[in-house]
Design a protein around this ligand. Sequence first.
Ligand code: P6P
Length: 334
Amino acid sequence: MTTIERFILDQEEKYPEATGELSNLLYDIALAAKIIAASIRRAGLVNILGSAGATNVQGEEQQKLDLFANATLTNALNHTGRVCVMASEEDEMLIPVPDNYPVGKYVVLYDPLDGSSNIDVNGAVGTIFSIYRRVSLEGHGALADVLQAGCKQVAAGYVIYGSSTMLVYTTGQGVAGFTLDPSIGEFLLSHPKLVTPRVGKYYSVNESNFARWQKGTQWAVRGLHGDRPEEIKGKNSRYIGSLVADFHRNLIAGGIFLYPSDSRNPDGKLRLLYECSPMAFIAEQAGGSATDGTRRILDIMPDHLHQRTPLVIGSREDVGYVADTLRSLQQDRA
Ligand code: P6P
């Protein structure tokens, strides 16, 4: 029985220069995940379901659990002396470390409860986090510490609150998965080395946007439907409407998730810094890949905090097929 704390410490021992701060930061996040999981499991029994009666910076209606998860993560991190600044999907501005607490060398960005529209219907939801080293030299962190390309991440992970609660993370040495044992309140190592199949069984995309996609996207998705078996074998459609749940299924079973740009979302819907970059780090560490259709997600340099990007992520050969198809169609048009 390997707890996440034991696993993190074992990983730390491989780095003589490690100070243990990143290990403790990961453990802080695991604690927040346990608290959020406990609330989600009881959401139908206590007054924490439903709308909070406000909208976030994205213009999305905030659920009470969104705000609870956001506060839980922020309060688990802001006093530890391990972070210099935080950022969240639920907060328009950067989240500073309170003045009466020390600042540290890490930056944490998070989507505290992704897919929250699934909460009231008992669908799977998730937490996504991304960790960088600060680039500023001292004092409180600033925007420059947050606006870093995904390839600079030192760690990334997600928690899926599904049929079981799992925490999946990477520090650049592969991907490990932990399942929460509620009887002892510990995340136990259940997936020591997650590797995603090179070719997937599933494709995941919101087909109701089909008419609004660019022609190249429509053509590539028709390939995933199986219209051109000489190019690629058709796949089963699976789409939950929760990035963490769709991504996790495809990571385990093999598959491709797409949220392309469309005439209503010209830059795509998903956010680069706290959704796409962390998921891209995990995908690549598991042998998969992630692009915006043309550029590697981890190479994209963010311009602003809540920047959106199109996303194509999952099994390497499937992502390669979509990227090659889009590229060849653009060349034909050129
Ligand atoms: P749509 C949830 O709101 C989310 O941000 C992701 O978790 C999910 O993949 C996507 O949006 C679903 O968006 O437009 O298909 O409902």
